[in-house]
Design a protein around this ligand. Sequence first.
Ligand SMILES: [Zn+2]
Ligand SMILES: [Zn+2]
Length: 555
Amino acid sequence: MAKSKKLKIIPLGGLDEIGKNMTVFEYGNEIILVDCGMAFPDDDMPGVDIVLNDISYLEKNYQKIKGIFLTHGHEDHIGGLPYFLKAINVPVYGTRLTISLVEHKLKEHNILSRCNLVRTKPGTVVKAGQHFTIEFINTNHSIADSAALAIKTPLGTVVHMGDFKIDTTPIVGKVIDLARLGELGNRGVLALMSDSTNVERPGYAMSEMTVGTKFNEIFENCKKRIIVATFASNIFRVQQIINAAVTNGRKVAISGRSMENIVEISILLGYIKIPEGVLIPLDNIKKYRPSQVCIITTGSQGEPMSALTRMAFSDHKTVELTKNDLIILSATPIPGNEKSVSNVINELFKIGAEVIYSSLADVHVSGHACQEELKLILSLVKPKYFIPVHGEHRHLVLHKELAQKVGIPEQNNFILHNGAVLELDKQSAKITGEVPSGKVLVDGLGVGDVGNVVLRDRKILSEDGLIIVIATISHKTLELLAQPDVISRGFVYVKEAENLIDGIKYVANEAMEKSLARKHCDWNTMKSSLRSSVSKYIYEKTERNPMILPIIEEI
Ligand SMILES: [Zn+2]
Ligand SMILES: [Zn+2]
């Protein structure tokens, strides 16, 4: 009976982490999804390129899925799509820029032609299946065309805010549609899911426009070549850098593949406006004096392969930095990237370049709402139930406390974890179960084939290195032909550790002799006794645990 049906909200990613956002809404035999993000690997996942959500629950229920609804075009919201759509091909809905960025991704993965992408606008209402109606609502964020979603279900409306802030002077597009959110609130909202990223910060997020004023000031007083690094997807920032360049008579060149892609798409769609003749190919910068050039580049997070990092380490094929350069890092490091960013800044100082970064000047503002904005949304939407999302655990707890201050009773706040099933009806809500969730690691072309064993091996290799022990025995007599040989990589510098290596050889020799003296000793037993005696010896001498690879050959 329809009356007994409940609405299930199941976050598969994005909680207790910033990254790989994805939420399941399930009613009866229908499912819709909000976002399909990816995350970047942690330091304890060497060699892993990206991290995806476990979607086994959805693979099991794929016939129920009516569509994926995207809030905006950041990687933590759309990055998982190519992998998801290869497994489960369902229609994808999003605003113009979001879908254009998705299109570009699917093209790279060679699956664009078989995917169904639908472009929406703020105000668009999509009917998905029998039970769901989804409305796109304009918001502000650090990328254009960001949206909140009002998801109508037979039990009531759920508002998902996506990533947002309130910017009353946005660079492109309109101010967040507070009126619509208020209207929904007045009609009654069952549940609100809201962005917790900046819940620790009091007050309001600054307007993107303030950064433009600062750029202008810096550009006006500068005779050097200017290089600005920022997020490729922040086209508002890119526009403001272009504006400052134009006002101060500089040509603009773009460096870095993702920056080139997004700038090209944005100019095509009309999100970035640039007067004719201002944009020049990077190869042409040498034709102008330093004071006539501005380069916009990727690498604000110190990513190892990015353009700015290559420039800083004198490894860029076109741009050679000197003390005649001013470099602006227009971004704050995402938690986890602090060290690589500071490495890049140090290299820039070594070159003698002038460096401006956000702890020195206001060259960056955040795209996420601070406390007063979060409270305003809570009081406009007035949800019955509140679910803080998009944050690490402490962010979720602090956001819940904020909601209580605004008047949401404690028992109506739900801090969920990835995989938790929250069941709601008109009268009640409770966590009733769990579906599989977790990390799927992507290494190059392989999805999910890097498991814990591979990760453990990579960790050992990166921390303690590798020792290869080679023992050669005679095919005829089954005797050792010589003392085993030892090769080490990333362990200890061999010249200074001759004694240690000699010791290892000695121990390996003993272990082999012992094994060979025994009758019926098979290869595996021989290898494992070789490995364990060498490992024990090395640990006693050095307290390290390198990976030990025994190789026994018969000649
Ligand atoms: Zn975002
Ligand atoms: Zn996000």
